[in-house]
Design a protein around this ligand. Structure first.
Ligand code: HEC
Length: 132
């Protein structure tokens, strides 16, 4: 490295080093960090359906209630996806107090609830009524 007559690395070199450092720091920010944002149309509809049909047992904001578990934790499992979520909600677990919603809710409504719960699990939607 060539040194400036003043004895320190040339100012341009110092500036370049700082920029490289800032770039590395920005890239190291974890991608999974909560990024609150407005709801998509589908997520907003999912929130509405969730509040009407699921919240009385699973709690406001999908955080879990007195009688039913936190759905954010459920959708975060590797084994759970839109298809298995749909099956669980359609069939229910009648022996354990989870009603089946087949014939009560449409596939679109259940998929919208899934989108809402996933966005809650990722931290994209804060608690409360989502912004549109
Ligand atoms: C009458 C109360 C009640 C209502 C209403 C209800 N649930 Fe449940 N739900 C339960 C209970 C109780 C369980 C736990 C069953 C068990 O122990 O396996 C459950 C479990 C589930 C599970 C599996 C969670 C897990 O961790 O294994 C999903 C997914 C689910 N419910 C989705 C929904 C959705 C979506 C709605 C609204 C459309 C809904 N539930 C409405 C009572 C309810």
């Amino acid at each position: 490295m060539r040194f400036h007559p003043c004895g320190y690395p040339h100012p341009y070199v110092a500036v370049a080093l700082v920029l490289v450092g800032v770039g590395a720091w920005a890239q190291s920010t974890p991608a999974q960090e909560a990024q609150p944002r407005p709801a998509t149309k589908v997520e907003y509809e999912g929130w509405r359906q969730y509040m009407i049909t699921c919240a009385r047992c699973h709690g406001d904001d999908a955080v879990g209630g007195v009688m039913a578990p936190d759905l954010r934790a459920f959708v975060a499992k590797d084994t759970v996806n839109q298809t298995s979520f749909h099956a669980t909600v359609s069939e229910g677990r009648l022996d354990k107090g989870m009603p089946g919603f087949k014939g009560v809710m449409s596939a679109e409504q259940i998929d919208a609830i899934y989108a809402y719960v996933v966005a809650r699990a990722k931290g994209n939607l804060p608690a409360g009524r989502p912004k549109q």
